[in-house]
Ligand binder design. Structure first.
Ligand code: LP5
Ligand code: MN
Length: 241
């Protein structure tokens, strides 16, 4: 019995080894789990559920396979795939969750989220995020022809890669005070997120009690997964793809 958490796979047709590693992970491990939580950025960039990319069909079929083995799969949007919608989620037979949620994992309350909203030292990004999450802007974007959407997505990805080079390491990480505030607001002592690509288990003390922040790793040469067992033990593992 294990509950699995992953994030930041950034799947794309240009990285077939990561896709192959993910499909293998689903077959080998996730299919035996109690549940799989995907905490955002499953895809490199999502431009709409109507994108006929064959990679998406392949991933949807593999995720739907979990459902047929009674393994529920849950998804929280990341900053790359925030447009992933109900139509694709239905194909994957996965449940779309709100941007942050307290879940019960073997009797313990755990807050899960992608992690970008904790980067409060980067107000420029948070403004950009607010703009990208505006429903009117999203509706206009989704009404554009696919090739235009693809062009805009590539432009945004390039801009992001360029501006990230100019940002400090502190700015690119979560803000520790924002983390503590989030834990307190939600009355939890455990938080799991991705986004920063800095896998670690951080111990903290909140209201005199041990508290933990788990950061999931991005998938590059290796895959990364957090396993929680019924005794609430945490194992943050990497494995070759
Ligand atoms: O993603 P990553 O790891 O590179 O960096 C993120 C932040 N960047 C982003 C941008 C995404 O990578 C782009 C995703 C495209 C998705 C598909 C298109 C959907 C379009 C929908 C329209 C409604 O999230 C980056 C953070 C970093 O994480 C660490 O937290 O720093 O933030 C930025 O790069 C934002 C910049 O700081 C500010 C904004 C630059 C504005 C560029 C405008 C270009 C306009 C072009 C329009 C055609
Ligand atoms: Mn991210």
């Amino acid at each position: 019995m294990t509950t699995l958490f992953i994030a930041d796979l950034h799947l794309s047709e240009h990285e077939p080894a990561i896709t192959a590693g993910f499909l293998d992970f689903l077959q080998r491990e996730a299919i035996h789990a109690d549940a799989l939580y995907i905490l955002g950025d499953l895809f490199e960039a999502w431009i709409g559920d109507d994108d006929p990319n064959p990679l998406h069909t392949q991933v949807a079929q593999a995720l739907a396979e979990l459902h047929s083995h009674n393994v529920p799969c849950y998804f929280i949007h990341g900053n790359r795939d925030f447009l992933l919608g109900k139509r694709f989620a239905k194909k994957c037979k996965m449940t779309l969750l709100p941007e942050q949620l307290v879940i019960n994992v073997y009797g313990e309350s755990v807050l899960i989220l992608h992690g970008d909203t904790l980067c409060t030292d980067d107000p420029g990004y948070l403004r950009f995020r607010q703009y990208m999450h505006n429903p009117i802007i999203q509706a206009i974007y989704l009404a554009l022809p696919l090739f235009v959407r693809q062009k805009i997505a590539s432009k945004l990805r390039n801009e992001s890669t360029m501006t990230n080079r100019t940002k400090s390491s502190v700015m690119m990480d979560v803000n520790p005070l924002a983390v503590i505030a989030k834990l307190k607001e939600n009355h939890v002592y455990k938080i799991i997120h991705g986004h920063t690509h800095r896998p670690a288990i951080h111990d903290m003390t909140i209201k005199g009690r041990l508290s933990q922040r788990v950061v999931l790793g991005a998938w590059h040469e290796n895959g990364s997964v957090l396993r929680i067992k019924p005794n609430n033990s945490l194992e943050l593992a990497t494995f070759p793809l």
